[in-house]
Design a binder for this molecule. Structure first.
Ligand code: ASP
Length: 252
């Protein structure tokens, strides 16, 4: 069993306690259920509910002063779900998780809102917070004792970006990827991560996670913040960043 959580590329180490708390919650769920999906989402929810992180309640603001959220979830048995430009839901990662069992894999804007309401989620005013220039997405990757892997990621995007902007977080292969060999998430400047198809290319680069992730973060200029975390079926668990990125690992 393993779990790794991050609190966002570029975020201050001062929030390390919040990432630790998320990992501990995910670990508790993993021990109790041996379900990687439940563990990864539980950890992500802890950070969505912590105002210091750019996800859920603490999301940064778009250029019109509103919050729009992106979130994604995927599992090693081939399922994925992502939502983008969701407004006024406290835990976007739970809405994305509902898509895992649907034919449709990704919903945006009004469609995502309708879907959330149909699934019984209640609209809540998400006020968000003024933050620095970058994003600080949150996320978690977990693996159960039988080798199932799940990833969960959630973000308010990057402060000041236009309404309707889609970052890397909900984009398959860029901000997240999961199959029977790997669960991997990215954080940082979404446009640059998307241009590099970061997660999938890191996965393809090498089976050595440390080598692959250190290569991946170097694809971007040093002043463009990026971070990657992941778990490989070969037993490796690793996080790498070209900036500060609070992250926590718990394993057997
Ligand atoms: N990747 C996120 C986005 O661009 C932000 C971040 O992780 O800092 O939406």
């Amino acid at each position: 069993m393993k779990i790794i959580c991050h609190g966002g590329a570029g975020h201050t180490p001062k929030v390390q306690d919040g990432v630790d708390k998320a990992a501990e919650e995910g670990w508790k769920i993993l021990k109790k259920t041996n379900n990687a999906l439940l563990a990864a989402t539980a950890a992500t929810i802890v950070m969505e509910d912590d105002f210091r992180f750019n996800a859920g309640t603490g999301s940064c603001l778009r250029d019109d002063g509103r919050v729009q959220n992106d979130a994604a979830v995927a599992t090693s048995d081939g399922k994925m779900g992502a939502i983008t430009n969701l407004q006024d839901f406290k835990n976007p990662v739970l809405v994305a998780r509902e898509l895992l069992d649907e034919f449709v894999t990704m919903l945006a804007g009004e469609g995502a809102i309708q879907f959330a309401l149909e699934k019984g989620f209640k609209k809540t005013k998400v006020i968000g917070s003024e933050k620095g220039w970058t994003g600080d997405t949150v996320g978690a990757v977990a693996q159960s004792s039988d080798g199932q892997i799940a990833v969960a990621s959630s973000t308010g995007g990057v402060r000041g970006r236009p309404v309707g902007r889609v970052g890397d977080t909900p984009l398959w292969g860029s901000g997240f990827y999961c199959d029977k060999n790997i669960g991997i998430l990215a954080t940082g400047v979404g446009e640059a991560i998307t241009e590099q198809l970061m997660c999938y290319r890191v996965y393809q680069y090498s089976e050595d996670l440390e080598e692959a992730m250190n290569w991946g973060v170097k694809l971007l200029p040093k002043d463009v913040g990026v971070g990657i975390i992941g778990i490989h079926s070969n037993g490796q668990i690793y996080g790498s960043s070209n900036t500060t990125m609070p992250f926590t690992i718990i394993k057997d």
